[in-house]
Design a protein around this ligand. Structure first.
Ligand SMILES: Cc1cc2nc3c(=O)[nH]c(=O)nc-3n(C[C@H](O)[C@H](O)[C@H](O)COP(=O)(O)OP(=O)(O)OC[C@H]3O[C@@H](n4cnc5c(N)ncnc54)[C@H](O)[C@@H]3O)c2cc1C
Length: 495
């Protein structure tokens, strides 16, 4: 499955689209004769990820279904032994929704867990959870108890340990990335030993593993904080985009906002000029919370509007109108915290084998947000990618992880683009990504590591000042370099 992005918190729009022309894409379009297409193979001997552009040969891919006890640990030890004997890498992956081979060991032993074991402790606001459990399983277990994930991504397909290993963030406020909610975890190290890590026990290993892309070992069990589920009511505010940074921080300052995000308009004529801020506060009535639903009609309709934007500037403008005018007019009712995040990625799948959705993400200080808008306005329109969406979030400082993208509070900007599956589009995307990263680093920001590996190594090192220290410590911890994936092969392993 390829594809992405966040749910849209808006209604309607889908019915207005009938009959509108969209541009033709794909190999049958005569205008694309002579273009080199990228056609991923699936099946035996190869693994790919959410980009569809990361096809990589693997020696084997095994699924481990055991609970996080002795059987699982000994199965991992055995794979480490076998792989190391042949000089092959090992890597654990979950949904493999990273987009640059960060969860794929080249010619190695790829491990995936399939076990949703969860033991909640509602009084303490904690859960013990299998490293491979998916957030959809966590929500299904916690929602009936009035609890939910404290921080997770905007979709529910991802693995819990995988979320920790990329140190993903969500849109509950004011909170740091997901790693901030992890109390401890058990991990099999490259030498086969089993250790517990927390902020007081093996703290360096804790900080390296949080956002360390599985390069320190295989996590088997975690202790993670949970949050009370709540009925929430949204509020919408439009503003010029350059004011968004300060307005967003102001809105979150009194502590009453529980979840929040922003959007920028993406039509080319007014690119990134306007912003919309959506804040959710607790409703007065917290009785009889409905069960967390999966993808509803609203998300499916929003998804149709989202997709119809492709190659159609009028629909991009229409979508902005539905978000800024129609959405606020019709969305008075409450939703629950859990239902807002219980969205599968597939809802917005483009079902188009000739294109792939690619995410970028940049982190900037709120007081440099206007500069961020300028960088994007300077760089993005020069590319021929189809820009679909940008979502803005607030992330509190992360003092723990070695590869931290938010050493101070940041606004995260998640950019979603639709890319043609061709060599020329890949080259154009690489060029644009490097130009964006240069611009963002120039204003003191950084970029997110789970997406396409287009950054230059020097850019990675500037964005992540502890990268060389991480690589040196990894070589001490794992001298045979057993745990490897493309983040190591293309970046950290070159330092
Ligand atoms: C549609 C979409 C929406 C997204 N939304 C968000 C968002 O809202 N916020 C955000 O921050 N990110 C977001 N992302 C990025 C996402 O968080 C990462 O791509 C993440 O890696 C996805 O989880 P996964 O289960 O697919 O991880 P995988 O890609 O399978 O793995 C990620 C990393 O974790 C490591 N790993 C996994 N399990 C273990 C384990 N048990 N032990 C050791 N290492 C392990 C892997 O080796 C790999 O390096 C989104 C991505 C997509 C495609």
């Amino acid at each position: 499955m390829r594809n992405l992005t966040r749910r849209a918190a808006l209604l309607g729009g889908g019915a207005l689209l009938g009959g509108w022309a969209t541009r033709r894409y794909g190999p049958n379009n005569p205008n694309l004769d002579g273009v080199t297409w990228i056609k991923p193979r699936n099946g035996e001997g190869v693994l790919n990820d959410a980009s569809g552009l990361s096809e990589t040969p693997v020696h084997k891919h095994i699924i481990l279904k055991d609970d996080p006890g002795e059987a699982l640990v000994s199965a991992i030890r055995s794979e480490i032994r076998l792989a190391a004997a042949e000089g092959r890498p090992v890597n654990v992956g979950a949904a493999r929704h990273s987009m640059g081979g960060q969860a794929i060991p080249r010619d190695g032993h790829a491990l995936t867990y399939d076990n949703g074991w969860i033991e909640p402790d509602t009084a303490a606001g904690l859960m013990q959870v299998h490293a491979g459990a998916r957030w959809s399983q966590v929500i299904a277990a916690l929602d009936p108890l009035g609890q939910g994930p404290k921080v997770m991504q905007s979709n529910n397909d991802f693995g819990v340990a995988a979320t920790f290993c990329v140190n993903a963030h969500g849109w509950p406020v004011r909170l740091g990335p997901m790693g901030a909610t992890v109390r401890s975890f058990d991990m099999v190290l490259p030498d086969g030993s089993l250790v517990t890590c927390s902020r007081s026990e093996n703290p360096d290993l804790f900080g390296m593993t949080m956002g360390g892309y599985g390069l320190t070992g295989a996590i088997v069990r975690m202790e993670v904080e949970t949050a009370a589920n709540k009925r929430l009511v949204p509020e919408f505010k439009e503003m010029p985009s350059r004011q968004f940074g300060t307005e967003f921080v102001d809105a979150l300052s009194d502590g009453t906002v529980k979840m929040a995000y922003g959007r920028l308009n993406v039509d080319r004529a007014h690119f990134f000029e306007e912003a919309l801020m959506i804040t959710y506060r607790a409703a007065e009535d917290q009785s009889d919370l409905p069960a967390a639903q999966g993808s509803g009609l609203v998300s499916k309709l929003a998804s149709r509007v989202y997709r119809a934007q492709l190659g159609n500037e009028r629909v991009k403008r229409l979508r902005w109108w539905t978000e800024t005018d129609l959405g606020p007019a019709v969305s008075g009712g409450g939703v629950t915290r859990n239902s807002l995040i219980n969205e599968p990625v597939v809802t917005l799948d483009d079902r188009n084998p000739d294109r792939t959705d690619i995410l970028h993400e940049y982190f900037v200080s709120p007081d440099r947000f206007a500069d961020f808008v300028e960088v994007c306005r300077r760089v993005i329109p020069g590319s021929y990618q189809e820009f679909l969406n940008v979502t803005l979030r607030f992330i509190d400082a992360d003092p723990d992880s070695w590869l931290s993208y938010a050493p101070v509070p940041r606004i995260a900007a998640v950019l979603s683009l639709s890319q043609e599956m061709t060599a020329r589009a890949e080259a154009d995307m690489a060029r644009m990504t490097r130009a964006l990263i240069d611009g963002i680093i120039g204003i003191g920001g950084t970029y997110y590591l789970p997406y396409r590996p287009h950054a230059r190594v020097a850019q990675m090192v500037r964005a992540y000042p502890r990268a060389a220290e991480f690589a040196a410590e990894k070589r001490t911890l794992d001298p045979r370099l057993v745990f490897r994936n493309n983040l190591w092969d293309s970046y950290l392993g070159t330092l």
